[in-house]
Write a new protein. Structure first.
Ligand code: B12
Length: 482
C-alpha cells in the first residue's frame, strides 16, 4: 500500500529559535521503518522544505496519509494540511499522531481527519494499515480516537507500553533528500537519536510524563550503538531525560567507546539532580564528543519557584549541577520559565541568580499551560479563543499581573542580559570572530532575529494582534474575562 507521512511546517515561529533548530522527523522515520518491514511503500515529506501537501499526494498516490503533530502550537496547521490532503485525495484515510496529538487530541477531532493515534505510532500504524488494506474493523485497531458515523470513539488501549526495540532503527533514508537542511544553529547536518523515552518525574508544566504515566523505556544497547555508528558527526539526543539509569548509561558509554565512536558534537537534555548524583557517569561520557552540550531545565531561581513547578529539586542542585558539568568540560544551556503572574521582584531575583552563577547562555520562555497537563486542565477556561500557534511559550495567554506592557519590558530586559544581546557583554564582532568566514552570514541572521526578543514593542504588537477578540476590547492591564 502507498503511504505518505507528512511533517508540517509549525507555522508561527517568529519568536524563539525554532527556525534555527530544524530537526529530522524521527517519529515518522520509526513508523516508516515499521511499515517498510511489512512491505508497504512509504514516502516521508517534510513540509518545512517543500510545503505543498497536495503535490506530495499527487506524486505518491497514497491510500493512507499520516500527519505528525508534535507540538500543541501545530494543531491549526495540522488541520489545514488535513483539509488540503482531503481535497487532493478524498478517499485516502487520514490519521494524525505525535506527542501533542496523543497528549490532547480534542482540537484534532475534525471532519477532515479520520483517526488520531493516542499512543506510540510504530505499533499502531502498521495495524491500521493492515486493517485498511484488508477491509477489517477499524474499531479493533488499538489506541485510536476514531471518527465514526456516531461521533468520535476511543478504541481499546495497547496491551502494554510499546517496546522500543520493536523497531530497532529508524528509516533515515526516507528523509535523505532533506539531510543537509537538518541543523542546530551552526551544526549542520544534524542527526536526531533516541536512546530512551519518557520521564519518571512530575514537573507541572510538562506533558511527557503525563502521557506516558511516568514510565521510562530504553532501547537496547546494540540498537543505540548501531544508530550512533551509522549517523553523522553532530547528534541531538531526543531523550526526555538522559542518564536517568546510571548503570545502563555507563554500559552504553563503554559500548560506544569499544565501537570507536567519537562525534564532533552531542547535545543531551537532563535534570540537575541527575548530574549531582552522577559525576562519574558524566566523566565517562565526556570523551565521546569534541563539544558536548547539556540542556538543563533550570526553570526557576528560588526553591519556592521550583517547588511551585513540582520540580522536586532545589536551587542547590541547579548550582551544583552547573559547577560539576562545567568542571568536566560540558557546555551548559538552560531554560528558565517566566510566570505571567510574576512581580517586579521575581524578575530581579532571576536576573541576580543568572548574574551570580554566570548563566547568560540560558534562555527564557513564558510559563505556558500545555495541553495534556493538569495545569492546562486547571486554567483552560482562561484560554478560550487563543489560537494554538500562541502555545509556543513566547506568547502570553492571559493578561499578566504587571500588565502586558510592563511584563514585556521586563521579559525583554531578561533576554537583554543573555549572551544573545549584541549590545551587551558579547558583541557582534565577538560572535563573528568565533566562526568560520562561511558561517558569518548565518550567525548574523540568527543574531539579527534574536534581537527582536529584546524589544518589548515587538511582543506587545504581537500580543495585540493575536490575543482573542473578546480580550482585545479590554483596556490593557485589565484581567481577561474567563
Ligand atoms: C526534538 C524536539 C524538538 C526539536 C525539533 C522539533 C521539530 N520541529 O521537529 C526542537 C528543539 C526544535 C523543539 C522545539 C520545541 N519544542 Co519540542 N521536543 C522535541 C522532543 C525532545 C523529542 C521529539 C522526538 O523526536 N522524539 C523521538 C520520537 C521517536 O518520538 P515521537 O516524536 O514522540 O514519535 C512517536 C509518537 O509520538 C508517534 N508519532 C509521532 N509522529 C507521528 C505521526 C503519526 C501520523 C502517527 C500516527 C504517530 C506519530 O509515533 C512515534 C514513534 O513511537 C520532544 C519530547 C517528546 N517526548 O516528544 C519535545 C516536545 C515535543 N517539545 C515541546 C516543546 C514545548 C517545544 C517548544 C515549544 C519549546 C520552546 N521552548 O520553544 C519548541 C517549539 C518549536 C517550534 N516553534 O516548532 C514539548 C511539547 C509539549 C506540547 N504539548 O506541545 C515536548 C513534548 C517537550 C516537553 N517535555 O514538554 N522540540
Amino acid at each position: 500500500m502507498n503511504i505518505l507521512l507528512l511533517r508540517p511546517h509549525p507555522g508561527n515561529d517568529q519568536f524563539g529559535l525554532g527556525p534555527f533548530f530544524r530537526i529530522e522527523p524521527l517519529g515518522l522515520e520509526y513508523i516508516g521503518a515499521a511499515l517498510l518491514e511489512r512491505g508497504h511503500s512509504v514516502t516521508i515529506a517534510d513540509l518545512r522544505f517543500r510545503p505543498h501537501a497536495a503535490a506530495w499526494v499527487r506524486r505518491s498516490r497514497p491510500r493512507l496519509v499520516g500527519i505528525s503533530c508534535l507540538h500543541a502550537l501545530e494543531y491549526d496547521r495540522v488541520l489545514e494540511i488535513a483539509r488540503e490532503v482531503r481535497r487532493a485525495t478524498p478517499d485516502a484515510f487520514i490519521v494524525v499522531g505525535g506527542h501533542a496529538a496523543a497528549a490532547f487530541c480534542e482540537p484534532l477531532e475534525h471532519d477532515d481527519i479520520d483517526a488520531i493515534v493516542i499512543d506510540d505510532g510504530e505499533e499502531v500504524v502498521p495495524t491500521l494499515a493492515e486493517v485498511i488494506e484488508k477491509g477489517g474493523r477499524l474499531e479493533e485497531v488499538p489506541a485510536l480516537r476514531l471518527k465514526t458515523p456516531d461521533g468520535w470513539i476511543t478504541t481499546p488501549s495497547l496491551a502494554g507500553r510499546t517496546c522500543l526495540d520493536l523497531v530497532p532503527l529508524p528509516a533515515r533514508d526516507l528523509v535523505a533528500r532533506h539531510r543537509f537542511g537538518y541543523h542546530c544553529l551552526l551544526f549542520k547536518p544534524v542527526w536526531l537519536i533516541e536512546t530512551a523515552r519518557g520521564c519518571p518525574h512530575r514537573c507541572s508544566f510538562c506533558s511527557v510524563w503525563q502521557l506516558y504515566d511516568q514510565s521510562f523505556r530504553e532501547r537496547s544497547i546494540g540498537a543505540v550503538v548501531e544508530d550512533f555508528a551509522t549517523t553523522g558527526d553532530a547528534i541531538f539526543v531526543a531523550d526526555d531525560l538522559f542518564w536517568n539509569n546510571p548503570s545502563r548509561s555507563f554500559e552504553l558509554a563503554s559500548a560506544l567507546k569499544r565501537r570507536g565512536i567519537f562525534k564532533r558534537w552531542i547535545l543531551v537534555q537532563t535534570r540537575t539532580d541527575v548530574i549531582c548524583g552522577n559525576s562519574g557517569l558524566l566523566e565517562a561520557w565526556r570523551p565521546l564528543a569534541k563539544d558536548f552540550d547539556i540542556f538543563l531545565g533550570l526553570e526557576a531561581a528560588s526553591d519556592g519557584g521550583l517547588a511551585g513547578l513540582t520540580k522536586d529539586a532545589g536551587v542547590r542542585e541547579s548550582v551544583d549541577a552547573v559547577r560539576i558539568a562545567r568542571s568536566l568540560g560540558y557546555g551548559i544551556n538552560g531554560n528558565f520559565l517566566v510566570d505571567p503572574d510574576w512581580t517586579e521582584d521575581d524578575f530581579r531575583e532571576l536576573w541576580d541568580f543568572v548574574a551570580l552563577h554566570g548563566l547568560q547562555r540560558a534562555g527564557y520562555t513564558v510559563l505556558t499551560p500545555l495541553p495534556g497537563t493538569e495545569f492546562y486542565r486547571k486554567v483552560s477556561s482562561r484560554l478560550a479563543g487563543q489560537p494554538w500557534s500562541n502555545f509556543d511559550m513566547h506568547h502570553l495567554l492571559w493578561e499578566p499581573h504587571l500588565g502586558a506592557k510592563r511584563f514585556f519590558e521586563l521579559y525583554a530586559e531578561t533576554w537583554r542580559r543573555s549572551i544573545l544581546n549584541t549590545s551587551g557583554d558579547k558583541s557582534l564582532m565577538d560572535w563573528i570572530r568565533q566562526v568560520r568566514p562561511s558561517q558569518i552570514p548565518y550567525i548574523a541572521r540568527v543574531l539579527w532575529r534574536t534581537q527582536k526578543m529584546m524589544k518589548p514593542g515587538a511582543y506587545l504588537r504581537e500580543y495585540e494582534v493575536t490575543r482573542p477578540c473578546a480580550a482585545k476590547s479590554l483596556p490593557c492591564g485589565a484581567p481577561h474575562a474567563g
